[in-house]
Design a protein around this ligand. Structure first.
Ligand code: 5RP
Length: 240
């Protein structure tokens, strides 16, 4: 039925299918955003129907909320759910320590809040997302709109003191103007090439007043499921 899918899509589907094995009856689940997470939500809905699982989903974006609601997955806000058992989400890049770059789809803020309000975050990815060093994918950073150009100047100045290979700061655009996140903020994409110290960069960026959050997830993911185009998948657990 979907065997004519591109290889990357088959890998994403394989990762999502393997991650479904982490789901147990009664769980409160964070539902990620993006094309890989979309596979997971589709397969989760099928499993709920087939097995009568009692699951409560907490979506990380309006897009995921709409998809999950259309598929009949019971949903709650994070405030109503309180704390989650498991979050399954995609990533733009991950390294050997399971540090992540996220936010290519613009949902990094809700994704990070949900991922840190749960017992376990599991990332689903195709093999192209695995990198030796983060930074080839532009790092998304969410900013409040007020004073955004000043905030961007502060970010550029901060990057002078970090181990990165590039220092490009670009306001994301979409829909004929600046891209606006679900939370009503701007996103800038940082063309860094290499991120030598992800944890330090995350801390320093978050110390700038206009920065709301960064797409660097360090010490959050506990495992990554890498799906292959042939339908197999392997689980990489973070060493503690
Ligand atoms: C959205 C995200 C996504 O998880 C990330 O962009 C990966 O997306 P995809 O699965 O489509 O490659 O962080 O904000």
């Amino acid at each position: 039925m979907t065997d004519d899918l591109p290889a990357a899509e088959r890998g994403k589907r394989a990762a999502a299918a393997r991650a479904l094995e982490f789901v147990e009856d009664g769980m409160k689940l964070g539902l990620g955003t993006g094309s890989t997470a979309r596979w997971f939500v589709d397969l989760l809905a099928e499993r709920i129907k087939a097995e009568g699982l009692r699951i409560t989903g907490v979506p990380t974006s309006g897009r995921t909320r709409a998809q999950a609601a259309a598929l009949g997955i019971p949903l709650a806000t994070l405030d109503a759910a309180g704390w989650l058992d498991l979050t399954i989400d995609g990533a733009d890049e991950f390294d050997a320590d399971l540090n992540l770059v996220k936010g290519g789809g613009g949902a990094l803020l809700q994704e990070k809040i949900v991922a840190t309000a749960c017992d376990r975050m599991v990332v689903i990815a195709d093999p192209s997302k695995q990198v030796a060093t983060l930074g080839a994918f532009p790092l998304p950073v969410e900013l409040v709109r007020f004073g955004a150009s000043a905030t961007m100047r502060l970010i550029a100045a901060l990057l002078e003191h970090h181990d990165v290979a590039g220092r490009d700061v670009t306001l994301r655009r979409g829909g004929g103007g600046p891209y606006i996140s679900d939370e009503g903020n701007y996103i800038v994409d940082l063309g860094l090439g290499r991120i030598g110290d992800p944890a330090r960069l995350n801390t320093d960026l978050n110390a700038i007043p206009g920065v709301v959050e960064t797409g660097l997830f360090t010490g959050i993911a506990s495992a990554v499921v890498v799906g292959n185009p042939d339908g197999t998948a392997r689980v990489i657990e973070r060493e503690l």
